[in-house]
Design a protein. Structure first.
Ligand SMILES: Cc1ncc(COP(=O)(O)OP(=O)(O)O)c(N)n1
Ligand SMILES: Cc1ncsc1CCOP(=O)(O)O
Length: 423
């Protein structure tokens, strides 16, 4: 698959063409790119907008269309010159244009004047989809009304926000629910519209492309790159395939460990999609990891979503404190082990716990215990343990960013346990 991104260049890589290429590459789609303007900026301000010449943009278009067959084009920051050229190519190659009408930067630098707005309306009427945020949508509709312009009836308009509204011919077709994440990530809009374009190029129907891109953008916000003045887009794709592959490899690694920290109830390891809503967003073994009679263990069952209850509840609670924590495994409790980890490895493991005797009535122990353990230290620990209760085995739970991370922690913990027991 190939898409073309036409937009501005942001040297910090947060927005513009850099964000488009990162997004497309992450989604396995080859991204051609045409630069309209060079826009040095930070998360505090835009320094300038240097527009490339008509001739240079003409040659950029000429090169990509000479070298590639192109169906989908995503646009970011545009200039009059680049719109004039693009309009000709739309007609010549019957291009499907997804136009992200970037009227201004989040740092309030205007990219568009009235003359350019006229050009944008012309482009909208030759586009497949436009993806304005709510503010951009209102400005566009006010401009259209004031100038007595009209938008073509078959133009899809996705008004982006926490929830996104898909319209066509003034009719709402669908609403895509989202999450409010308190993190302003530079380039989010660019990444989102490019992700939609990439999924369309893979053959997704529009509403499926939007849905998948919405999930994608949440991961990219969660894993955004921290900068001096904010966060930059860091397109990250974690889907069911990613989770199943991680768990499969984690179990492969576990089998290479002399793993003996298996509780009587057995162990399970689980990993979730980003921001899991329920058990169905979390994969684990359908069985358990259980001891065999030779001092080793069996891995029982397959990897399936919705298979875990106890570990899933731990992940659901932990991810509310830190959405980067997507995996957990329960292992056998040992007092000396916890004591040693606390005393000698506090720089490697953050440890917290809960006491079952303090459990209030009518709660889920795993949800309540995990929440208590996180609140106690103000973050999600690497290890949550409890000393058991009436008919309840004491337990250690190891948490991490994914199941491979968890297994590597378990491997280290097992080595510490072995060294203690050898003494
Ligand atoms: C070169 C360039 N392209 C696009 C933008 C807009 O990015 P941002 O201001 O972060 O807005 P969203 O992408 O989040 O809508 C830019 N600043 N520079
Ligand atoms: C029984 C039990 N209790 C705490 S973890 C555990 C094993 C894993 O349970 P599940 O497979 O329901 O996550």
């Amino acid at each position: 698959m190939v898409i073309l991104a036409v937009g501005g260049y942001d040297p910090t890589g947060g927005a513009g063409i850099s964000a488009d290429i990162k997004t497309s590459h992450t989604l396995g789609v080859y991204c051609l790119s045409i630069i309209t303007s060079i826009i040095p900026q930070t998360n505090k301000e835009v320094y300038e907008k240097y527009d490339l010449s008509k001739e240079n943009i003409e040659n950029q278009f000429k090169s990509v269309f000479e070298e590639f067959e192109i169906e989908y084009v995503k646009t970011g920051v545009l200039t009059s010159q680049s719109i004039d050229i693009l309009l000709k190519y739309i007609d010549k190659y019957d291009l499907k244009v997804i136009c992200d009408p970037v009227l201004a930067s989040t740092t309030k630098y205007n990219f568009v004047d009235e003359k350019l707005m006229d050009k944008y309306i012309e482009l909208f009427n030759k586009s497949y989809l436009i993806t304005p945020n709510r503010e951009e949508y209102n400005k566009i509709m006010e401009f259209v009304k004031n100038k007595n312009y009209h938008l073509k009836k078959d133009l899809y308009i996705l008004i982006t926000g926490i929830d996104d509204i898909l319209k066509r011919n003034s009719t709402t077709i669908n609403i895509f629910k989202g999450f409010k994440i308190n993190k302003e990530v530079h380039g989010t809009g660019c990444v989102y519209s490019t992700a939609i374009t990439a999924f369309l190029s893979k053959g997704y129907k529009l509403e499926d492309a939007i849905k998948e891109a919405k999930n994608f953008i949440l991961s990219s916000i969660i894993y955004a790159k921290k900068t001096k003045y904010g966060y930059n887009s860091n397109p990250t794709y974690i889907n069911k395939e990613t989770v199943i592959k991680n768990l499969s490899y984690a179990i492969y690694l576990l089998k290479k460990i002399n793993f003996t920290l298996i509780p009587e109830v057995g162990s399970n390891i689980a990993e979730s999609l980003p921001l899991p809503k329920d058990f169905n967003d979390i994969a684990s073994l359908t069985g358990r990891i259980i001891k065999n009679k030779l001092g080793g263990f069996y891995v029982v069952g397959d990897i399936e979503f919705g298979a875990s209850e106890h570990i899933a509840k731990i992940i659901l609670s932990a991810s509310k404190f830190n959405p980067k924590i997507r995996s957990c495994m329960n292992i056998k409790y040992d007092e000396d082990l916890i004591k040693t980890l606390k005393e000698k490895f506090k720089d490697k493991f953050i440890i917290s716990s809960f006491d079952r005797s303090e459990e209030p009535p009518n709660v889920s122990t795993m949800e309540w215990g995990t929440t208590i353990a996180c609140k106690k230290i103000g973050k999600v620990p690497d290890i949550i343990y409890d000393k058991g209760g009436l008919g309840k085995e004491p337990m250690i739970r190891v948490l991490g960013k994914d199941s491979i991370d968890v297994i590597k922690k378990v491997e280290f913990i097992q080595k510490i346990y072995n060294s203690i027991k050898e003494k």
